[in-house]
Design a protein around this ligand. Sequence first.
Ligand code: CMC
Length: 443
Amino acid sequence: MNATTTAAAKPAAKESVTLTDNQNNKAVNLPLLPGTLGPKVVDVRKLYAETGMFTYDPGYTSTGSCESKITFIDGDEGVLLHRGYPIEELAEKSNFMEVCYLLLYGELPTEAQKAKFEEGVTRHTMLHEQMHQIFRGFRRDAHPMAVMCGVVGAMSAFYHDSTDITDPRQREIASYRLIAKVPTIAAMAFKYSIGQPFVYPRNDLSYAENFLHMTFAVPCETYKMNPVLAKAMDRIFILHADHEQNASTSTVRLAGSSGANPFACIAAGIACLWGPAHGGANEAVLAMLKQIGSKDRIPEIVKRARDPKDDFRLMGFGHRVYKNYDPRAKVMQKTCYEVLNELGMTNNPLLETAMELERVALQDDYFIQKKLYPNVDFYSGIILQAMGFPTSMFTAIFALARTVGWIAQWKEMIEDPAQKIGRPRQLYTGATKRPYVPIARRA
Ligand code: CMC
């Protein structure tokens, strides 16, 4: 089968790609869809109907699964835009609540819109008191991601008045509930693991401050908020808020495409994010840096990462889409310095190892050829550890921040009139049809 691009013959005609099946002497014209940014997309929706063939793309490296207006990534140039706004500018000038509004509604809010939105979200920060029993059912040493996955899924058993996905108001309330309650759930997962009492949310604090308070405050002392750390927390939330059709977002969309309720869909996203190739990488980076121990061991580690016979990978390096420096990693690096400076920890040995590892890897032929650069997870673990979070909370914080992105993408999908249940096909390579063999006659 050959594919050729035919430019429009007449000005009005749309561009298309012609796919030729040489064996059967058949040709099919597939429309080329232009986006506002990024490469054109071959529309294969009619391919099966017209040719009886499927496409084959494990890992979806060449497949666009949906149309979206939320986030754009140019992986070659290292660009990330939310609703058109560069991530660097949002991280510098905006705040997480504003970014949430932007992702959900498409535009930056006016002051009145922002105040109304913040009030709407803040009203939902408390968790149904009966949900405390669910926490107590977990073992003390449960991973916070296991707790988050279970408790967020269980929200569908508590908030029945926001599970009708056909009602726009219920969808909105579910969105607000999820954004408002994930910090409460994440902080409770942490408190439970260390045996401290749960700390209730405080609606007079900002989103990031409230999370820090619920995580680190104890009833017997006054918690003193550090504005530098609160700002860093807010920025970490912004940097993780959305990232186009990554594995967990696609999981949320796929779960939602069957009509599942939003709480169940977000629980599915949390489950997917947990993996070390995705959100779990921030935890893995810190483990790796600790394992490296000192700068002298870096050449040995880089050698292992290059070795095709060794499945070891440099965690926090490489990305499916970015073939350049992840723009989030640059902001994260800057935030890392700010936090360590504030805490008087600039001679942090992990930071020194990380910086040297980055320097060596970026000069290494293997990493240059394969375009492997630090990603968002490379520096985030160092910041979070310095702020006092245990490694097991790192991915939970990622999930907390990504909830708004998942919700925005889920909402966009539900509101798309062309939405259908997601149902990929396959290349079947198993046994062909054969008769059942009675057990006595099996070899
Ligand atoms: N260290 C060493 N080699 C690597 C690395 C790495 N971190 N990442 C990719 N490679 C090599 C890989 O071995 C392969 O080599 P070859 O072509 O010889 O087989 C080539 O680069 C392409 O890798 P791939 O696995 O086919 O690429 P992918 O797009 O499927 O994987 C990735 C992307 C992020 C899973 C991968 O780069 C990786 O495992 N990185 C480490 C984990 C990590 O940091 N994940 C966080 C991603 S960013 C946060 C998020 O989105 O959740």
